[in-house]
Design a protein around this ligand. Sequence first.
Ligand code: UD1
Length: 418
Amino acid sequence: MKILSVVGTRPNFMKVAPVCAAIEKHNRHYAGSPQTIEHILVHTGQHYDQLMSDSFFNDLNLPKPDINLGVGSGTHIEQLAEIMKKFAKVLLQVIPDVVIVVGDVNSTLACALAASKIFHDSKNVKPSIAHVEAGLRSFDQTMPEETNRVLTDHLSDYLFVTERSGILNLKKEGIPDEKVYFVGNTMIDTLLIFKDIANRSTILSNLGIASQVSKTTGTEETFKDCLITPYALLTLHRPSNVDNKPLFLNIIEALAEISIYLPVIFPAHPRTVNKINEFGINNYFNFLTGLQTCGNGAQISEKRINLIDPLSYIDFLCLMSNAKIVLTDSGGIQEETTCLGIPCVTVRNNTERPVTIEEGTNILAGTDKNKIIKCFHDQLRKIAATKSPDYWDGRAAERIIDVLAAKVYAQREKEGLC
Ligand code: UD1
């Protein structure tokens, strides 16, 4: 049987890596039998540069994509249309039994839509569609990701859910129960694999926030026991937060005030850096870009927002695990901080991941300056939760592959193809 998985953007890579590993494990178990899976990995190229894409393949041991569509940046419509046209050709060539799409980005929707339409162009190609991270809803129609989530779910045959809210949302939208599987979170599968490895990252000393006293245990060097200057970690890239100058400035002023209490480290997304330059607000930041090339010992400024380049997965995980607090507008980071037990302040009015508030370490601050500052102080005072949500146990991808392998094999047997 053939499974084709799609990646396109930075948050997709850590969601697909454990799926690749689960397929390899399945194949070792069924070696030589018709139940083995041929796996094809397609990269749409939505994210394309070294820092946003390539470094993740190295860190996560992801196999090199079999096919790269190379679509790159563009408007939403251009991106969707370009991916669909190119992906349709891949579907005709590969003829997969299942297409796996993950998350909520433009690549997710474009590939799901192409997979659902291809039958009308070629009657012998009718893949099932599996959506990993189904059912999440922010109920905010202005977010491009919300449209991508809803439409992808309604196109899918297998909906793999990360938290209970997803089951309820899908039920309310009339999606039959038998299509929905509560399996856990593949992004957390990856986190649990790499959590300890991340302690070997040198990012803390590169930034000058950990003393150079590294400890050698056997053959491995670890920075676990060194003296770390407390810091807040920041990520910010949502168009709703960074594309509007007064709103973006309001958030940045809150962060500048926060940096008086704790130095802020800000690995900035290219979209955000473009906006900082366009709005002429560079004065709020201590620019430490080019760190990867300029070597060790950069000095963070204690009373500034320290802006650095986007980080590799391992370096970011190290910074997140050692942070006193994280401020973010990302979806995945709300989940990762919950799993790590690090307090998180989400700079948004809503979240599609309510379990991170109900059971985790997250709080919604909205985008008002005073509210962000208040939430920051409230979160620092709270004792962080240490329990992870149900099924966030490192086995989500294996559950997904077990379901798909059993269903597809049964179908093929019924059709006399095995
Ligand atoms: C996309 C996702 C968002 C996700 C984010 C993670 C959609 C609608 N949005 O947003 O959900 O949280 O990825 O990063 O799919 N750029 C580069 N190098 C790259 C990629 C992008 O410089 O490798 C710059 C380009 O200037 C581009 C801009 O970033 O125009 C935005 O990229 P795009 O992929 O359109 O959306 P993101 O904002 O990254």
